[in-house]
Design a protein around this ligand. Structure first.
Ligand code: GRG
Length: 308
């Protein structure tokens, strides 16, 4: 039986509800972010308003959900994973604010609302991104270290995933590739860094917050890598198949900016097959958990089928 078929029957038997898991993880993450961030009125109020504006604009909270689901799969506690879950969401939101700036992707809408610079101006939007990136490390510093994973390991994990060899490398390659002929290998290089790195880091951090074994960490790394790549292939597909209303951001932007995407290079049908194959590989990575990674399985399935 394939890993995905096995996972579907496991869902049926255990009646795992992803809706309930996401409702609960989103509520806890939102409450924790609210506690971790300076209040809106804290001086200088403009920057704290701007940080909170984008952070609480209605993102799907998929990266924190991955942290919490991975922690759960390894028998960890939500309270130990929460600072790391909030830290990755702050990094993700910073990257979206900066990506939307006129100097980068130049977008007016994000998460169904006007982008940060459209509301607060470009200067404050740059600073709100910077402040969220910095805030992420302040929050992560509140996580506890473990026998297998020191405090330093946790901080380094986040720094590497968001640094110039990963997230920023992907964004640089994306910017430099605009309007140029791009190979599938180059596109994979971009997707691995721009998208997969932070999703993979999220899964790993969840495991680390539960003092997971080496075998579990390897499984989470493989899972996060494949789910991360599938996430971006789906994102590319949604850009050409969905409306701006549904996406909460401007649809069709990749085509307009002559960006290389999976649909533009290999076509829609093959892109869908690639996303499904990557998700199969993600399911297969979870075999060492022997059915105890229900939330991760359900998340991978949900991400493959998402429409926004
Ligand atoms: C500026 C350093 C820097 C990096 C920017 C985030 C990013 C890299 C670019 C934005 C465009 C893009 C396609 C990024 C890939 C990651 C991605 C698909 C982000 C959107 O993530 P979702 O769908 O967003 O989880 P929400 O709003 O739901 O959190």
């Amino acid at each position: 039986m394939s890993a995905s078929r096995k996972s579907k029957s496991a869902h049926k038997q255990n009646r795992f509800s992803l809706d309930a898991f996401l409702a609960s993880s989103t509520a806890s993450v939102n409450a924790a972010l609210d506690r971790f961030l300076p209040a809106e009125q804290t001086k200088p109020a403009t920057i704290h308003k701007a940080m909170r504006y984008s952070l609480f604009a209605g993102g799907k909270r998929m990266r924190p959900a991955l942290v919490l689901a991975a922690a759960q799969a390894c028998g960890g506690k939500e309270v130990d994973a929460m600072p790391l879950a909030c830290a990755v969401e702050c990094i993700h939101t910073y990257s979206l604010i900066h990506d939307d700036l006129p100097a980068m992707d130049n977008d007016d809408y994000r998460r169904g609302k006007l982008t940060n610079h459209k509301v607060f101006g470009e200067g404050i939007a740059v600073l709100a991104g910077d402040a969220l990136l910095t805030q992420a490390f302040e929050i992560a510093a509140q996580a506890k270290g473990w026998a297998r994973y020191s405090h330093r390991d946790l901080i380094r994990e986040i720094a590497v995933a968001s640094g110039s060899l990963q997230l920023i490398a992907g964004q640089v390659a994306d910017l430099e590739g605009e309007g140029k002929k791009t190979s599938v290998a180059q596109l994979k290089y971009i997707h691995e860094r721009k998208t997969s790195a932070l999703l993979c880091c999220s899964a790993r951090l969840g495991g680390m917050s539960a003092n997971c074994t080496e075998v579990q960490l390897k499984a989470l790394t493989d899972f996060g890598y494949h789910v991360g790549l599938a996430f971006q292939v789906i994102d590319d597909i949604l850009d050409v198949t969905q409306t701006s209303e549904k996406l909460g951001k401007t649809a069709g932007k990749d085509t307009k900016a002559q960006k290389a995407t999976y649909p533009s290079i290999v076509g829609l049908a093959k892109s869908r097959r690639i996303a499904a194959q990557l998700t199969e590989k993600a399911f297969a990575s979870l075999l060492p958990f022997r059915g105890r990674a229900e939330a991760l399985e359900a998340l991978a399935d949900f991400l493959l089928k998402r429409e926004s």
